[in-house]
Design a protein around this ligand. Structure first.
Ligand SMILES: [Zn+2]
Ligand SMILES: [Zn+2]
Length: 364
């Protein structure tokens, strides 16, 4: 069968032939890959910024945003049958007995760095035809969500952020409202984050580069968010228009822009970083103003990476909620479907659009 493989040493990415895998334990499930989403992480790996093969190998299979169909389940798997749709966890816990988060099932908070990630770090990914996975790493998805369920994994980032935000904002037990959120960036992580925040009752503004009209602004406005272009409206004016900003959800990975906006976080506000900067040159910040605000406005700043089981459960639930509430806007996030052989333009970033997907197979 075919697989898209990354060879870090010679810096090459190509389709290779590999043997079709077989079940090797009663708790395993064999999946036919249906859709695999492509994101900035895949592009970074294909630019050889990071990405590690399993020990003893010179390559690994790319892809971490998956939708698979069960073709065979081991005898110990009681709740999955051929034809069921599932999304796989990306990160697997480390095996260090001293890693308290991993031992508690919160592998997304691993402290040893010895976790493995499908298609990223020491584990093959999903840009291939068949995959074997342990049952406990799989999250079943309803069959009606076949065309959008590949968005579950990127949605988990916002779901994890919302879990964290709710925990932290329990420090504000008096309620009140409206709670105002600003989402930085209108890529898939930003738009899915906007859906999570609008659905959670936030009055949400998307602040992103491109002027209107554009397809990303259309999605934001279709779900009831406001869209403001950072090319047309400077940060100060955007902040005035919004009012007290209770939450900023960063999804651009650009440090200078992200920290400029931090200066405008409101009283008791919380700022969530999700983007990974690409090693740009150091930039100068108004640390005086940022520190002053952090203290005098009781602000909290945090980063979130990856997602744990609760965030996956929430994402599976919410992809169904969004499909019912905003069917067209949710589908509009997926702007291209390509065959496995078309991976090159997607991982090299030549294909435009919002979320591009490798459509590996049709469901049986
Ligand atoms: Zn991704
Ligand atoms: Zn760990």
């Amino acid at each position: 069968m075919k697989a898209v493989a990354v060879f870090p040493a010679p810096r090459s990415v190509k389709i290779i032939d590999v043997a079709e895998p077989r079940l090797a334990a009663p708790t395993q499930v064999k999946l036919r890959m249906l859709d695999v989403g492509v994101c900035g992480t895949d592009k970074d790996i294909c630019a050889f910024h990071y990405g590690t093969p399993p020990p003893g190998f010179d390559h690994f299979v790319l892809g971490h945003e998956s939708l698979g169909e069960v073709v065979e389940a081991g005898p110990a798997v009681e709740d999955l049958r051929p034809g069921d749709l599932v999304v796989s966890t990306v990160r697997l816990a480390c095996t260090d007995p001293g890693c308290a988060p991993c031992r508690a099932g919160h592998y997304d908070f691993c402290t040893t760095g010895k976790y493995r990630e499908h298609g990223i770090k020491e584990l093959d990914g999903f840009m291939t035809e068949f995959v074997i996975e342990e049952r406990h790493n799989l999250h079943p998805v309803a069959r009606e969500l076949r065309d959008v369920a590949v968005l579950v994994e990127p949605l988990t980032i916002a779901e994890k952020a919302l879990i964290e935000v709710r925990e932290i904002q329990q420090r504000l037990p008096w309620g009140g409202g409206p709670h105002r959120a600003v989402v930085l960036g209108a890529g898939p992580v930003g738009l899915l984050g906007t859906m999570v925040l609008v659905n959670a009752g936030f009055e949400t503004t998307v602040y992103s580069r491109s002027p209107k009209p554009n397809p990303k602004a259309d999605v934001a406005e279709a779900i009831g968010a406001r869209y403001i272009s950072s090319q047309q409206v400077p940060i100060e004016r955007m902040a005035e228009q919004v009012g007290n900003i209770d939450l900023i959800y960063e999804a651009v990975g650009a440090p200078q822009f992200a920290f400029e906006v931090l200066k405008h976080l409101g009283s008791n506000g919380i700022y969530v970083f999700t983007g990974v900067p690409r090693g740009e040159k150091p930039v100068v910040f108004d640390t005086e103003r940022i520190m002053y605000n952090l203290v005098l406005k009781n602000q909290a700043v945090l980063g979130v990476v990856n997602a744990g089981p609760q965030a996956f459960d929430d994402a599976v639930r919410d992809i169904g909620v969004f499909a019912a509430r905003w069917p067209q806007a949710l589908r509009a996030i997926i702007t291209g479907r390509y065959p496995l052989e078309g991976f090159h333009d997607l991982v090299m970033g030549k294909a435009g659009g919002i979320k591009n997907v490798l459509a590996v197979a049709e469901a049986a």
